[in-house]
Design a protein around this ligand. Structure first.
Ligand code: PMP
Length: 378
């Protein structure tokens, strides 16, 4: 049995998602814009999925727009907010550890005359709420902070940050990339004080290629994709009914058990942390005061991440070096936390899902010990 422990990169689609996807391709294959009943039935499937995502974010379905994933949602929301709210206000405040789909979008805006302030993480990987808020001023059009960091699992104080920003600067738009928190931590949109939220399907046991953005009522986002006017003009293009239905089905089936899945992840992660901490050649990099149990980042002294990753692969155990998106490149997140290059070069990210088991964690611990013994000698 393989131990798939790379769930922050992507998850295995659940049965509910697969069935919904197949049904939308074999039976319910209409175009939601068609006026006949085959089209109407496809439209209903999209409406149902929208309701499920809205239920998970505790918001109204009208606030949810489907996209091709979180990258598109982050691009659309940040560029769209800058276009409408950044004509005179040219400052953007973000954390320095955002996913590239946020960071690269912010860089593009910098090329177009915006000023970006990046708030560095503390040594534990989380950003300081007061420091973040202090960087926002009357000239700031957008503040963006992720909920859970995809490399370390550090939970950011997004609620505190956004609540204070909204109190001091009600016109500043707040955006949260909640990809690694969605369906893991309870997210209540109103409590979070976020105007804009990004989520992705394939991190929550739905297929790749579908995501959603929450846009608070009254916030105007200029679309990136124009054409047929689908999704209320915010995202033109025929809706991917199979992927959207699968996303909805995955979320619907998991919603009642978020808390039990969280406890299970806490138990597994606690066990893993305890066993790894007992090994004197392991440094745990995920130490945030508020830490998401689904992600654990650690370094194996003297063994480069990729070498250990391939050793584990030979044992049928799948993890990541840093984030899957950086394709093995140096982790800017660990560097920003002040972790020495040598330690960052040997970082391994283990990420759990609601499908993870104790057996997988045990197999990983055994293999890390074997790997260290055989690789350290070379
Ligand atoms: N944001 C975060 C925090 C992520 O972890 C990811 C996926 N690695 C993305 C955005 C991009 O998501 P997608 O693959 O759906 O474009």
């Amino acid at each position: 049995m393989p131990a798939y422990l790379d769930n922050a990169a992507t998850t295995k689609p659940c049965e509910e998602a697969v069935s919904a996807c197949i049904a939308a391709m074999t039976e319910n294959y209409g175009n939601p814009s068609s006026l006949h009943k085959v089209g109407l039935s496809a439209e209903l499937a999209v409406t149902d999925a929208r309701k499920s995502i809205a239920a998970a974010l505790v918001c109204q379905p009208e606030c949810i727009t489907f996209t091709s994933g979180a990258t598109e949602a982050n691009n659309t929301l940040i560029l769209g907010a800058a276009e409408n709210y950044g004509r005179r206000k040219k400052k953007i405040v973000v954390s320095a550890v955002e996913h590239p789909s946020v960071e690269e979008t912010v860089k593009l805006l910098e090329k177009n005359g915006f000023e970006a302030v990046r708030i560095k993480p503390q040594r534990d990987g989380s950003v300081d709420a007061d420091e973040f808020v202090a960087a926002v001023d009357n000239n700031t059009c957008l503040a963006s902070c992720m909920y859970v960091n995809n490399e370390t699992g550090a939970i950011m104080p997004v609620k505190r940050i956004f609540t204070q920003i909204k109190r001091l600067y009600p016109d500043c738009i707040t955006h949260c990339d909640a990809v690694q928190a969605f369906m893991k931590l309870p997210i209540k949109t109103a409590d979070l004080n976020a105007d804009l939220i990004t989520v992705s399907g394939h991190k929550v046991h739905a297929p790749k290629g579908v995501g959603a953005m929450y846009i608070r009522k009254g916030i105007r986002i200029a679309p990136r994709m124009i054409g047929g006017g689908q999704e209320k003009g915010l995202r033109s293009g025929t809706e991917s009914v199979p992927l959207i239905s699968a996303f909805g089905a995955a979320v619907r089936s998991q919603l009642p058990t978020i808390a039990t899945a969280y406890s299970n992840a806490e138990e597994l992660s606690g066990r893993l942390r305890k066993k790894l901490s007992a090994l004197n050649y392991i440094t745990i990099n995920s130490n945030a005061e508020e830490q998401c149990p689904y992600i654990l980042n650690f370094s194996v002294s003297g063994i480069r991440s990729e070498i250990m990753l391939h050793f584990l692969e030979s044992k049928n155990i799948y993890v990541s070096s840093g984030s899957a998106c950086s394709k093995g490149g140096h982790s800017s997140v660990l560097t920003a936390m002040g972790i020495p290059d040598k330690t960052a070069d040997s970082a391994i990210r283990v990420s759990l899902s609601r499908m993870s088991s104790c057996g997988e964690v045990e197999a990983l611990v055994t293999a890390i010990q074997e790997g260290y013994l055989s690789l350290a000698k070379r």
